[in-house]
Design a protein around this ligand. Structure first.
Ligand SMILES: *Cc1c(COP(=O)(O)O)cnc(C)c1O
Length: 496
């Protein structure tokens, strides 16, 4: 390249290679020894602030030096969700190919808002979306858009649902066009995204009808139907029902067939939040749990959860993608993104909330090819088997109580041995003991579990969306929990 401007922002070719190879060496060393590190260094905010304390630099520094220092900073101060004993929340280990894909995507830097700006990237994103629909086993008619994650995927579908089911004037008059109070229905176990969505799109959180769950944490569909009837009798405007395929606390799946029937009866939009669970439909043994999914008008799923893509990657699938363009398309005079030579060129800015868009499809697309359907099926099945093992070991242990297991989420709690039978349980004490235990484990660096409240029991919760976790890790985790639980119990007793 001819150098016309003397420009320190451009890293000269040989220098780029030197720095780049060094970075790749460091990353490769990091990944291959991640299990030798603690899960987290548990540094306090002020300790980390001290490490990076500086005012905005006035003058620049050499890129190589910056990257060396920053690699050291990240590798020695982070929490590693790619560690084999990280089972917290629903945060997966990240595919190494995804890291390389992000580097490549950033280097080419297509703007996947419009086809003309990202000819290859747009086609790759379209194909990724088709493959995701095929992966979970719904009709190839579904189309959609990649977004940053589950919240955004659900928001995108939520606005499409209102636009489709509210009076035509909704796009011009907004909520003023809504005759009667709008209502959206979901199980009590639904993720908190729905509150943000109801506020964001002007319905207000009162519009959410939280339908109670049965003992297995699935929506009571009779209660759903009763609530819709009651709302109709009161002149409300039912819009949509959200079914959950893998709830965030326990992994429970709603009765997707029954909810679909109710949506059909009352002409409501049917959205399924499968952010976590829906990739498990690739495993034939579990496909039946997702029966009814094919009725959904829209489905949210998160490649950055059970497809192990690095953050961020979510996806909204819509059975008739025209609902997305009806909702999000506009044609400002400053865009000349018309179709080329009569051939349909898809402009992703018309399919969702974002305008300029990065190439997040690449890491998902490469992951799907690196693993193939069979590769993913094996990993997902193994994650579920490890969750079953965790449940079984907790169930067998005299100081643990297994509470629930669905998909790859297991909940259990520490119960001191002297507690014997259920009747003697001091539930208030057990809840505070297990809460203290979760805090201590999360800071200790040996294992990272999160929490769930199941049946009013404060539980430890392991969610395995981690291709590095092994059977040995699960057995080690049981030992760590029992050792720390015992310690915690004795401490609390001494304080009494
Ligand atoms: C994780 C999750 C979300 C939120 O997804 P983000 O990617 O964190 O935005 C929503 N719903 C369910 C069921 C989830 O598991």
């Amino acid at each position: 390249m001819n150098k016309i401007r003397n420009n320190p922002i451009e890293i000269e070719k040989e220098e780029f290679r030197r720095i780049g190879y060094q970075l790749i060496d460091d990353i490769s060393g990091f990944i291959s020894s991640i299990d030798a590190k603690p899960v987290t260094y548990n540094r306090s905010p002020s300790q980390i602030q001290q490490k990076i304390a500086a005012t905005l630099p006035k003058n620049g520094s050499p890129a190589g030096e910056l990257l060396t220092k920053t690699t050291e900073l990240l590798i020695n101060n982070s929490l590693f969700n790619g560690h084999p004993r990280f089972l917290g929340y629903i945060t997966s280990s990240a595919t190494p190919i995804g890291a390389l894909a992000d580097l490549l995507a950033a280097a080419v830097n297509p703007n996947v808002g419009a086809h003309i700006l990202s000819p290859v990237a747009t086609e790759i994103e379209k194909q990724t979306i088709k493959w995701l629909a095929e992966f979970i086993g719904v009709s190839p008619k579904y189309g959609g858009v990649l977004v940053s994650g589950g919240n955004m995927a659900n928001f995108t579908a939520f606005l499409a649902a209102i636009t489709a089911k509210a009076p035509k004037a909704y796009k011009t008059k907004g909520v003023r066009s809504l005759t009667g109070n709008p209502a959206v229905y979901c199980a009590k176990s639904t993720h908190a995204w729905i509150e943000k969505a109801a506020i964001l799109f002007g319905l207000g959180s009162d519009a959410i009808r939280w339908i109670p769950c049965d003992s297995a944490n699935s929506m009571k569909t009779t209660a759903l139907e009763e609530k819709i009837e009651e709302d109709l009798n009161n002149g409300c405007l039912p819009i949509m029902v959200v079914g959950t395929a893998g709830d965030v606390s326990t992994g429970a799946i709603d009765d997707l067939t029954e909810i679909g029937k109710i949506c059909q009866t009352y002409d409501l939009w049917y959205h399924i939040d499968g952010a976590y669970g829906v990739p498990a439909a690739v495993v034939p043994q579990y496909r039946g749990l997702f029966n009814g999914m094919e009725q959904a008008d829209s489905i949210a799923l998160d490649p950055h959860k059970w497809l192990y893509s690095p953050l961020e990657a979510g996806c909204t699938l819509v059975k008739d993608p025209k609902h997305l363009t009806d909702t999000f398309s506009s044609h400002p005079e400053y865009y000349n993104f018309g179709s080329e030579e009569g051939e349909f060129a898809q402009n992703f800015y018309e399919y969702g909330l974002q305008n300029s868009r990065g190439f997040r499809a690449l890491k998902v697309w490469l992951g799907l090819q690196q693993m193939g359907r069979n590769g993913y099926e094996k990993l997902i099945r193994e994650d579920i088997q490890l969750a079953e093992l965790l449940y079984m070991l907790a169930d067998e242990h005299p100081q643990l109580q297994a509470v629930s297991q669905n998909l790859s989420i297991t909940t259990f709690r520490y119960v001191p041995e002297e507690y014997g039978s259920d009747d003697n349980f001091d539930e208030v004490y057990l809840n505070s003991l297990n809460e203290t235990l979760v805090h201590a484990l999360q800071r200790g660096g040996e294992v990272f579990l999160s929490n769930a409240i199941v049946d009013q029991k404060y539980c430890l919760r392991g969610c395995i969306v981690n291709f590095r976790t092994s059977e040995k890790d699960i057995r080690d985790i049981i030992e760590i929990v029992v050792r720390e639980g015992r310690k915690m119990h004795l401490n609390l007793q001494n304080k009494k």
